[in-house]
Design a protein around this ligand. Structure first.
Ligand SMILES: *Cc1c(COP(=O)(O)O)cnc(C)c1O
Length: 369
């Protein structure tokens, strides 16, 4: 008797998927713990978003607006976009999954990059398609490597811009060059989860590229600069035909009411966003320099985290540093699963945590910071 006859069996490929493992949260036996492993903001959410969330608690018996109009209108007003081209999701994770389920099937290929976000690979495989991984160059997405991997089976290309866990970015001219060389039936997905943090003149999140084409989408999140990771809010800006297709398969009430209310209040509070971005810029610079002064290599980041590379000598490797920092209450992210065996990713945290990590790593490296 074959196994199919004695119990339900997932579709071929499902059990080949390695489940996503979130950043660590605990440091056993340590009184004060700083979680710097999930790129959460140290500034929390806008007080206006928290107030909107509280108010929504008074009507929990009601179904949410299935079109999330209030939130979509607030996003549209902030960026000068057409509401009809915006769709919200339960985190951008949901939207990435929907894209795969709508545009990929068995026999199709989707291109991802060496150090790309692990969610892409999971969703591509969940749709029955084949992920094709291409090399990056200096921890940066390599447009030529992507183009070299395109075959007649390619249906999608995923780029996190800026990248996670690298923190690097691809200039808009390069993204345009990539798009221009892709076949028209290949969907280019620009995941701009960290766009708000980027302070570079040659960076664009992708709005203009989406507006001018039929095969580009941009995804965004409220989990990072807006400090609403707990509520799971993402959005996609896409051509009408793509929004229409996604709307056919999404859950009718995929956004919950507290998320719609809090998200709308958060994006209207741009003063709060500016404060968070300014705080980040200050500490991104300070942290990078301080870690380099200790003798560590830091990949130049435009985001709210840094990728710290450890020297390949006994006792000074990432795993040992991870244990050392955890024992002090600083939880960083191991990034082995992203192709970095000897690095840790650190989210920019509150001031005392940033200073604490610098001091602890100075000690770890045998120098005083
Ligand atoms: C954090 C992050 C997201 C956000 O995911 P949500 O589901 O919206 O929380 C998306 N893409 C990348 C690359 C990220 O690092």
């Amino acid at each position: 008797m074959s196994v199919e006859m004695i119990e339900p069996v997932p579709r071929p490929g499902i059990l080949d998927i390695a489940a996503y493992v979130p950043g660590k949260e605990h440091a056993p036996g340590v009184a004060r713990v700083y979680k710097l492993s999930s790129n959460e903001t140290p500034l929390g959410a806008s007080p206006k978003a928290i107030e909107a969330f509280r108010r929504s608690a008074e009507q929990l018996e009601r179904y949410p607006d299935g079109q999330a109009v209030e939130l979509r209108e607030a996003i549209a007003a902030t960026y000068g976009l057409n509401v009809a081209n915006i769709l919200c999701g339960n985190g951008s994770d949901e939207l990435l999954g929907l894209l795969c389920h709508v545009y990929l099937g068995t026999g199709d290929e989707a291109i991802i990059t060496e150090h790309g976000f692990l969610v892409y690979k999971i969703q591509i495989m969940a749709a029955g398609a084949t992920p094709v991984t291409v090399k990056e160059r200096d921890c940066t997405v390599d447009v030529d490597a992507i183009l070299a991997a395109v075959t007649p089976r390619t249906r999608m290309v995923f780029i996190a811009n800026p990248g996670n866990p690298t923190g690097t970015y691809v200039p808009v001219a390069e993204i345009r060059r990539l798009h221009a060389a892709l076949p028209k039936n290949v969907l280019l997905v620009l995941d701009a989860a960290y766009a708000e943090y980027v302070k570079r003149n040659d960076y664009e999140a992708g709005i203009e590229l989406v507006s001018a084409n039929r095969n580009v989408v941009m995804t965004r999140t409220f989990s990072k600069v807006h400090g609403l990771a707990a509520l799971r809010i993402g959005w996609i800006y896409a051509p009408a035909a793509i929004i229409d297709a996604l709307n056919r398969v999404r859950g009718p009430f995929n956004m919950n009411a507290p998320a719609i209310a809090a998200g709308a209040a958060a994006i209207r509070d741009q003063a709060f966003v500016e404060t968070a971005v300014a705080y980040n810029a200050l500490w991104l610079d300070k942290l990078t320099h301080a870690l380099e002064a200790i003798g560590l290599k830091v990949t130049p980041s435009v985001t709210n985290f840094v990728l710290i590379h450890f020297p390949d000598v006994d006792g000074k490797r990432a795993a040992q540093a991870d244990d050392f920092l955890t024992s002090r209450g600083y939880i960083l992210r191991a990034v082995r699963g992203y192709g970095f065996a000897n690095a840790l990713r650190m989210s920019i945290g509150p001031e005392e945590a940033n200073r604490g990590v610098i001091e602890a790593l100075g000690e770890f490296m045998g120098k005083t910071a």
